[in-house]
Design a protein around this ligand. Structure first.
Ligand SMILES: *Cc1c(COP(=O)(O)O)cnc(C)c1O
Length: 379
């Protein structure tokens, strides 16, 4: 393989990250505390324009703490989007609670409002009223914010918004990561903002944020000795990671712009190819960061070219692509839990492929992808 590998999504530094990391070293704040945490949190709060942010050491930790803050206990049921990354659902099991999986609707690929309400009514009829709803902004596209919120309010069930993929996205001008009773961000290496590894919880009160920080720092009580009356976690972000986050926030909007350019590139590339559709938001109320661009391939219209054929052809040319998230109800670890389905996520999984989407891809990268795609589909 002669040419360099093109990845789905890689870290894209803005330039000032190392300066802030150096400052952290110079002041010896090489610890899960230090000045960068408050600054990065303030940057995020300024960006989101609502909510109180606590930065943590992963998005998964943020989901776990979020469920704890929502009072989820062993034996409770938690409704969760099936079409997602496993980190949305694993923390339900950490707590000994039961996930109940809900299928997607085809417009946003996120929680189907109809199935959500069906599931709530069915669980209530069995005497098992769900305690929380995990709604995901998949691939950066907001879920049907208003429909899901009105169902949540109707049955008084809080929403945990998994916005791990959606920093920079918004719905009707309001940022993703502010729609949940608790919301969660991820700064893992592949995400739009990366701190190498990291995440954040967004709460709607200062008190709740302080509670999150307390639990994330081993639930150490205010005493000269080590005093504990609750289970604590070691979930706080490192000052080094927060330094990277500060630098990343300076280029967030510029990088979202470039991801959206990648989406335009694919829309343009596939516009003349029958049977391939590029996943695009349903209308202008939805603004996606297009964290990952994805296509759906209908082999009945492409001369039997499937998503797997496209994946293998790209791989042959040292270009990474990946099937969409495999739904949770199809995973052996989760297949015994209740599931309310309509077949949408299974079809998405069979026909969908994520394509290289990074904000750091070059004109040359795009040309390589373009010529392979055009060559394959002209056969
Ligand atoms: C990345 C991701 C997470 C987990 O975040 P980490 O920071 O990797 O722990 C959770 N949910 C979704 C949908 C994600 O894409």
């Amino acid at each position: 393989m002669a040419e360099n590998r093109i990845w789905l999504s890689t870290p894209h530094m803005g330039g000032n990250e190392q300066k802030y990391v150096q400052e952290a070293f110079d002041s010896n704040w090489v610890a899960p505390m230090g000045p960068n945490l408050a600054i990065f949190e303030q940057n995020l709060e300024n960006y989101l324009l609502s909510g109180y942010v606590a930065v943590l050491n992963s998005g998964t930790a943020a989901i776990h703490l979020g469920l704890i803050l929502l009072g989820i206990k062993s034996g409770d049921e938690v409704l969760c989007q099936s079409m997602t990354f496993s980190a949305s659902a694993n923390p339900i099991l950490y707590l000994g609670a039961t996930p109940v999986f809900i299928d997607s609707e085809p417009e946003t690929w996120n929680l189907c409002p109809i199935l959500l309400e069906t599931a709530i009514l069915d669980r209530i009829s069995k005497g098992l009223k769900p305690k929380a709803i995990i709604a995901v902004d998949l691939y950066g596209t907001p879920y049907k914010i208003e429909e899901i919120r009105s169902i949540a309010n109707k049955y008084s069930i809080p929403i945990l918004e998994d916005s791990a993929e959606a920093l920079g996205s918004s719905y009707k001008g309001q940022k993703c990561g502010t729609f949940g009773d608790i919301s969660v961000l991820s700064f893992n290496g592949s995400k739009v903002v990366t701190t190498s590894v990291g995440g954040a919880i967004v709460t709607n009160s200062k008190a709740l944020k302080e509670r999150a920080v307390f639990l994330a720092t081993q639930a150490k009580e205010d005493a000269p000795h080590y005093q504990h009356s609750e289970i604590g976690y070691n979930y706080r972000m490192s000052n080094i990671c927060a330094a990277i986050g500060r630098g990343q926030m300076e280029v967030l909007d510029a990088h979202v712009f470039l991801r959206r350019k990648m989406h335009e590139f694919y829309v343009d590339l596939f516009s003349a190819i029958e049977g391939v559709t590029v996943f695009t938001v349903p209308d202008e109320s939805f603004f996606s960061n297009y964290w990952l661009c994805a296509v759906l391939i209908d082999p009945s219209k492409t001369n039997a070219i499937t998503r797997e054929i496209l994946r293998l052809v790209l791989e042959e040319e040292n270009i990474e692509s990946r099937p969409l998230w495999k739904p949770m109800h199809l995973q052996s670890i989760f297949s015994d839990y209740p599931y309310y389905g309509n077949g949408v996520s299974e079809t998405l999984f069979s026909n969908g492929l994520c394509l290289p989407s990074g904000s750091n891809l070059t004109e040359q990268d795009r040309n390589r992808i373009k010529s392979i795609v055009l060559d394959l589909f002209s056969k």
